[in-house]
Design a protein around this ligand. Structure first.
Ligand code: ZN
Length: 207
C-alpha cells in the first residue's frame, strides 16, 4: 500500500508541477521582510527562507489543499534533491490509511527505501507543517539533510485553540530538539502562512 501510494504520488509530480505553476501565477508571494523569519530570537538564529524555499513551500501548500479536498487534515510535504528536482511528494492520508499516515513519515520511508545515505544527506524535506515527534524521529533516523517547514507545531496549536479544537493526544517537541545534523528552517511569515492557517480553519469548521 505504501509503495503504491508513493508510486502514485510520484506519478502525480508532473500534475502537481502544472498546478503549482498555475497557482503561483495566481498568488504572487513576494520575498519581503514580512514573509521571512519569525521575529523571535530562536527563529533569528536560523538561516532565512529563500525564494527557492518559498517556491517549494507553495507546492506543500497545494498538496495540503489536496488533502483538504479529500476530506483530510491539510498537510503536504515534498522531497527535493541537490539538483533541485522534486523526487517525491505526499499528503496527509489519515482518512484513507490510518492515523499514522502523515506525509513526512511516508516520505522518510520512501527515502530510506529508494535513496542512498549520501543522497538522503543531500535531500531536503519541505513540509507545510513542522513534523510531529513521530515524523521528526523518522526524519532523523533516515538522515535527510534538510528540513524547511511552513508553520510550526506551536503555531498550529495556537490556531487550534483559536478554532476551539481539542488538543492533540501527544506533546509536540520542536524538531530541533529531536533531529541532529539537519539544516532546519521555518516557519515562514506573511501570506503563505496565512494561507495554510486558512486551510486548517476550513478543515475544522467543516467537521
Ligand atoms: Zn507526523
Amino acid at each position: 500500500m505504501k509503495y503504491r501510494t508513493i508510486s502514485l504520488l510520484l506519478f502525480a509530480i508532473a500534475v502537481v508541477g502544472c498546478n503549482t505553476s498555475k497557482k503561483m501565477n495566481q498568488n504572487n508571494y513576494s520575498l519581503d521582510s514580512s514573509t521571512l523569519s519569525d521575529g523571535n530570537n530562536i527563529e533569528n538564529s536560523k538561516a532565512e527562507l529563500t525564494e527557492k524555499d518559498l517556491k517549494y513551500l507553495k507546492q506543500c501548500l497545494i498538496l495540503a489543499e489536496d488533502a483538504l479536498m479529500a476530506g483530510d487534515e491539510p498537510f503536504g510535504s515534498i522531497l527535493v534533491n541537490q539538483r533541485d528536482e522534486v523526487i517525491a511528494t505526499a499528503r496527509n492520508r489519515v482518512n484513507e490509511i490510518n492515523v499514522l499516515a502523515h506525509p513526512e513519515i511516508e516520505l522518510a520511508k520512501w527515502a530510506a527505501e529508494n535513496l542512498s545515505e549520501e543522497e538522503r544527506k543531500n535531500t531536503t524535506m519541505y513540509t507545510s507543517g513542522e513534523h510531529c515527534p513521530m515524523c521528526a524521529t523518522a526524519h532523523g533516523w533516515v538522515k535527510i539533510g534538510g528540513l524547511v517547514y511552513l508553520h510550526s507545531s506551536h503555531q498550529l496549536g495556537e490556531w487550534l485553540k483559536e478554532f476551539g479544537v481539542k488538543e492533540a493526544p501527544i506533546t509536540f517537541i520542536p524538531v530541533e530538539d529531536l533531529i541532529k545534523d539537519a539544516d532546519i528552517k521555518g516557519p515562514a511569515k506573511g501570506d503563505l502562512l496565512e494561507d495554510i492557517k486558512q486551510l486548517h480553519k476550513r478543515y475544522h469548521q467543516r467537521k
